[in-house]
Design a protein around this ligand. Structure first.
Ligand code: NAI
Length: 345
C-alpha cells in the first residue's frame, strides 16, 4: 500500500505508546484516523495530541472499546463506517498488555488477559474487518492489514509464556493473511519491535477486575522497574515511520531499525539456533549449553594480569532496578509448588 491520503486507518491501542505514534504518523500522511482503546481518559488526551500533531479534529474518531469483546468491537467497526463512510483501508492492531512471571505460576486469568488482548483482539479485528475491506476495496483501491507483534514472537522465555505464545501466534496468523490477501490486491504486515518507549509497564494497573487473579508478583516497584526499561525503548513516532516504510514496500515482517542489518541477522540466527537446540537430545543440549557458557565466560573474563595493572573496569550495567523499583518476573509468594528462588525474596 503506497497511497494513504484521503483513506481511513483504524488503530487499536491508539491512545498510548506505539498505537498513538501510528495514529499520528498515518494521520500526517493524510488518513482519517480512528483510534480504539479501552481507556477513555487516555483517548481524550490522545485526541488532543493527534490534533496538536497537525491532524484535523474532524478527521479523528476516538472509540472507547474493550477489543476482546466481539460485540463492542463490531459496534466500533459500524461506527467507523457510519462516521467516515466506509471500513478502514488500513487496519493496524496494536493494543497489547504484558505481565511477567514464571510460567508454572501462571493462572487462567494471566492467560486470559494477556492472550485475550495480544491474540484474541487481533483475531476479532481480522474477522470483523477483513470481509468488509475486501467487499469495499478489492481491486478498486489499496488496502492492508497490520499488527504490532514483538521480538517475543521469535523466542520463548520462562517468564514471558502467555505473551510470547500470543505473539508467536499473531506472527503466524499474519503470514497466513499476507498470502490470503494477495489475490485481492492487498497484503499484511507484522511489526516486531524489541523495546518501545511506551506505557506498557503500567498495564497491570488497568487489568480488568474479572481477571485480577495473577500468579505473578506485581507491585508499584515492579511497574517502576518496567517503566525505567521501556523509557530506553524506541520512540513511537520513529517506530511508526518504520512500519509505514514496511507497508509501503510490502514487507511482511518489519523489524525496527535497531534490529536491522547485522543485528537482525544475529537475531534470526539466534532463533534458528534455539530451534536447533530444541531438536537435540537432552544430553546433547546440556553439552552445547555448557560449551556456550564456557565460550561466554572466556569472552567476558578480565584479561590476565601480572598484578601491576589497574583493576579491569566493571562490565557495563545491564538493565538494573531503579531506586524504589523491584525485580519483576517473580511468582506470588504463597504458591507452594513454585521453586522458592523464583519467588520474591
Ligand atoms: P501501551 O500500554 O503504551 O499501549 C497499549 C494500549 O493498548 C493502551 O492504551 C491500552 O489501554 C490498550 N489496551 C489494552 N487492553 C485493551 C483492550 N482490551 N481493549 C482496547 N485497548 C486495550 O503499550 P505499547 O508498548 O505501546 O504496546 C503496543 C504494542 O506493542 C503491544 O501489542 C505490545 O505487546 C507491543 N510491544 C511493546 C513493546 C514495548 O517494549 N513496549 C515491545 C514489543 C512489542
Amino acid at each position: 500500500m503506497k497511497d494513504f491520503a484521503g483513506k481511513i486507518v483504524f488503530v487499536t491501542g491508539g491512545a498510548s505508546g506505539a498505537g498513538l505514534g501510528q495514529a499520528k504518523v498515518f494521520g500526517k500522511a493524510g488518513m482519517k484516523v480512528a483510534i480504539a482503546d479501552v481507556r477513555q481518559d487516555a483517548l481524550d488526551k490522545a485526541v488532543d495530541e493527534i490534533v496538536a500533531y497537525g491532524i484535523k479534529r474532524s478527521d479523528v474518531l476516538a472509540l472507547k472499546v474493550d477489543l476482546t469483546n466481539r460485540a463492542e468491537y463490531t459496534a466500533a467497526a459500524d461506527k467507523v463506517e457510519a462516521v467516515f463512510g466506509g471500513p478502514p483501508h488500513l487496519l493496524i492492531q496494536t493494543a497489547g498488555v504484558n505481565s511477567f512471571g514464571p510460567i508454572e505460576a501462571s493462572t487462567f486469568d494471566d492467560f486470559d488477559w494477556v492472550m485475550g488482548v495480544c491474540l484474541n483482539h487481533v483475531v476479532n479485528g481480522l474477522l470483523i474487518f477483513v470481509p468488509r475491506m475486501i467487499k469495499a476495496y478489492a481491486h478498486k483501491t489499496e488496502f492492508h492489514v497490520a499488527t504490532t507483534s514483538s521480538m517475543g514472537a521469535f523466542m520463548a522465555g520462562s517468564t514471558t509464556g502467555p505473551y510470547s505464545a500470543a505473539k508467536a501466534a499473531v506472527n503466524n496468523l499474519m503470514y497466513s493473511y499476507a498470502d490470503a490477501l494477495k489475490p485481492y490486491g492487498s497484503g499484511a504486515t507484522v511489526l516486531c519491535p524489541g523495546n518501545i518507549n511506551s506505557n506498557i509497564g503500567n498495564a497491570e494497573k488497568f487489568r480488568p477486575a474479572n481477571l485480577k487473579n495473577t500468579g505473578y508478583y506485581v507491585s508499584e516497584g515492579t511497574m517502576k522497574t518496567l517503566g525505567a526499561i521501556h523509557a530506553t525503548g524506541i520512540d513511537p513516532i520513529e517506530l511508526a515511520e518504520i512500519l509505514k516504510e514496511g507497508i509501503e514496500n510490502g514487507r511482511v515482517i518489519v523489524l525496527p531499525d535497531h534490529n536491522t542489518g547485522e543485528q537482525r541477522a544475529a537475531q534470526l540466527r539466534g532463533q534458528d539456533e534455539q530451534i536447533e537446540d530444541l531438536c537435540l537430545t537432552a544430553t546433547e543440549r546440556e553439552a552445547k549449553s555448557a560449551a556456550r557458557m564456557a565460550e561466554m565466560m572466556k569472552r567476558f573474563a578480565p584479561p590476565p594480569t601480572n598484578g601491576d595493572e589497574k583493576a579491569a573496569p566493571p562490565p557495563p550495567p545491564m538493565w538494573g532496578v531503579p531506586e524504589g523499583g523491584e525485580a519483576f518476573g517473580q511468582a506470588r509468594t504463597d504458591l507452594d509448588w513454585v521453586d522458592p528462588s523464583k519467588k520474591k525474596k
